[in-house]
Design a protein around this ligand. Structure first.
Ligand SMILES: [Zn+2]
Length: 94
């Protein structure tokens, strides 16, 4: 449910505050249009990192997940998940 996603986003922003992942997420967000919505799925986002292909960030029943190797290895929110969560909790003006 969409509200669950927003609540989990707020939790990530709170829990990850001050971590290297969150710091890198803010660096990512300084550049515009890095976080894109997938308009066919409200729980799916595309995050343009340093590579050409964007990573897929999704909110699932098990929580946030990302297609990047950092997430697969660490099993905790990566900068892409953090960037999506910040965007959801505190969206920027267009
Ligand atoms: Zn990631």
């Amino acid at each position: 449910m969409y509200v669950d996603m927003l609540l989990e986003a707020a939790r990530v922003v709170h829990r990850m505050a001050g971590t290297p992942e969150m710091r890198r997420a803010y660096e990512l967000l300084e550049e515009r249009n890095r976080v894109m919505r997938d308009w066919t799925n409200p729980f799916r986002f595309l995050v343009q990192g340093s590579r050409n292909t964007p990573y897929v960030v999704e909110f699932t029943k098990k929580g946030w997940r990302c297609s990047c190797p950092h997430f697969a290895y660490r099993k905790r929110p990566c900068k892409h998940v953090c960037a999506v969560c910040v965007t959801l909790v505190a969206p920027r003006e267009p």
